[in-house]
Structures are given as C-alpha cells and as structure tokens.
Design a protein around this ligand. Structure first.
Ligand code: BV8
Ligand code: ZN
Length: 232
C-alpha cells in the first residue's frame, strides 16, 4: 500500500505535507463532487497544474524498489492511493490505482463516451454535452468496487503488508493494513514520521521511501537490478 509519500522524492508534493491547500482551499473541499460543481474552472486549474508538474517528474528509487520486489517474490499486489501513474511508469505491473488516474478524464455523468479533452476549454466537455472531470476518486465518492475487492483480497491473503508513505488518514485505504494484520500478515510501515499505521505495524522503518526500500530489498536478498544505482 503506497501513499503520496512515495512520490515525495520525485518532487510531487504530498497532500498534507504541502498543507494540502490549493488557492487557499483545503484539498478535501475541492477534491469532491460538490467542490467541482461549486467551481469547475478552479478545480480544472488545480488538476491541470498537477498534471503539468507530473510531466516534469520521474519515478524515484522507492518506485523502482517496488518493481524489483514484484519481480523478486511469488505473489505481489500494489495498491496505491496515488493518482500520478509513477508506479506504472517505473514498471510495476500489478498496480491497483484505487484513487484513480489524474492523467485521465471521464464524463461527469459517466455517459460512457470516450472523453476527448479540449485543452483550450476552461472546463472541457464530453461529447454528450456534460462536463468532463479528472478520472480520480473524490472525497465522498466510492472507490472502484473491483479495485477495492482486489485490494481487500490481497490484504487478507498477504504474508507481508508493506505500507509506504501514507498518513493513514484516508479511508477505506487506511484500513487495508489493519485487515492484513488481522488476517495474520506481518505489517511494515515505511515513513519518516509517526502515523496511525506506525502503532499498528509490526515494524516501523523511520525513513524515506527512496532510502529505506532499496535497503529493505538488500536485507531480504533481492538483488539490485544491473545498471540501476539504489537511492537515486
Ligand atoms: C469514501 C484522489 C464513502 C483525488 C484522494 C467526511 C466527508 C466526506 C467523506 C468522509 C468524511 N469523513 C471521512 C470520510 C471518508 C473519506 C476520508 O477518509 N476522509 C479523511 C480525510 C478523513 N474517504 C472518502 O471520501 C473515500 N470514499 O469514503 O466513500 C462512500 C461509501 C458509499 C457510497 C459513497 C461513498 C474516498 C477517498 C479518496 C479521496 N481521493 N485522492 C486527488 O488526488 O485529487 S485521497 C488523497 O489523500 C490522495 O489519494 C492521497 O494519496 C490520499 C491519502 O493521503 P496520503 O497518500 O496518506 O498522503 P498524505 O499527504 O496524507 O501523507 C503523506 C505521508 O507520506 C505522510 O505520512 C508523510 O510523513 C509521508 N512521507 C513524506 N515524505 C516521504 C514520506 N514517506 C516516505 N518517503 C518520503 N520521502
Ligand atoms: Zn458524457
């Protein structure tokens, strides 16, 4: 399970680290259907500025370490709260983007038409006439049921649950590690700070993802990929 913290060393601001504010508003207030309906132009400005920033960043050693982990173990499932596509770009295969994908959009009415975004439009429209919205899960919205089920199934059948870079505040994602632990998994928390996950983890590794994850893989004997230096 990963959160915004694993992308921090790629230069992507975390939600709460950056105060989670945009144009003076709380993320929770604008990353919601009501927030979007209140001011769709401002919400699109926010997502477009985040998309533009994502075009300038790269996956970091933390993302790459999870690719190596996936290749080095028999069963692996990566559920991420992040919408930045950095796990996919690093090469992770079995990724559940449970909060969606910021680089995609969809019809606000879910009419099913293929979205064609007009970059000049302050609020791009679907071919059905309805507004388009970023294809992310907003506060107060259900997570995609198929991904939720896969993530829960992975949690309750896991031997080890690695929780990386999440403040553990946002549900239902924050509940997966407790489900895993309940089902007997060994829970490892990787975070430079103490979080609600830390107290419930079997081990809390107090450090950053790009530093700790490569060391963790070395510790468990999953070799470095030739030609890729750990930690950068
Ligand atoms: C749901 C996509 C129900 C959007 C996101 C009141 C009103 C409305 C809802 C609620 C409410 N009270 C509770 C809720 C439920 C709500 C919730 O949990 N709210 C919280 C704030 C209390 N949850 C929801 O609304 C969810 N849906 O409950 O639906 C329902 C049921 C039936 C029918 C209908 C509805 C939906 C939640 C999804 C929201 N969407 N993102 C977008 O991106 O724009 S959530 C958003 O927060 C991101 O996905 C982010 O990933 C996520 C969680 O934050 P974190 O990833 O943990 O990031 P954060 O900044 O918090 O922490 C970063 C951590 O990294 C820190 O701990 C830091 O120490 C660490 N770190 C920093 N640097 C590093 C590092 N770690 C490692 N290495 C480093 N270098
Ligand atoms: Zn439509």
């Amino acid at each position: 399970m990963t959160g915004a913290g694993i992308s921090a060393e790629s230069g992507v601001p975390t939600f709460r680290g950056s105060g989670g504010f945009w144009e003076g508003r709380r993320a929770e207030d604008i990353a919601s259907p009501a927030g979007f309906l209140r001011d769709p132009e401002m919400v699109w400005r926010w997502y477009r500025s985040r998309r533009a920033h994502l075009a300038t960043v790269e996956p970091n050693a933390g993302h790459h370490a999870l690719v190596r982990l996936e290749r080095g173990v028999e069963r692996f499932c990566l559920a991420t709260q992040n919408v930045d596509r950095l796990h996919r770009r690093a090469g992770s295969r079995n990724v559940l983007e449970i909060h969606g994908d910021i680089l995609a959009s969809r019809c606000f009415r879910n009419c099913g038409a293929e979205p064609v975004e007009d970059p000049r439009a302050a609020v791009p429209r679907c071919s059905c006439g309805e507004m388009l919205r970023p294809a992310v899960v907003w506060f107060g919205e259900m997570l995609p049921v198929d991904l939720l089920e896969k993530a829960m199934a992975a949690a309750i059948s896991s031997d080890v649950c690695l929780v990386v870079g999440t403040s553990g505040l946002v549900y239902p994602a924050a509940g997966f590690s407790a489900m895993a632990r309940q089902a007997g998994a060994f829970v490892i928390d990787v975070n430079p700070e103490d979080t609600p996950h830390s107290a419930k983890a079997d081990i809390s590794l107090r450090g950053t993802a790009a530093t700790v994850l490569p060391l963790l893989l070395e510790e468990i004997g999953i070799p470095e990929e030739p030609g890729r230096r750990a930690g950068v």
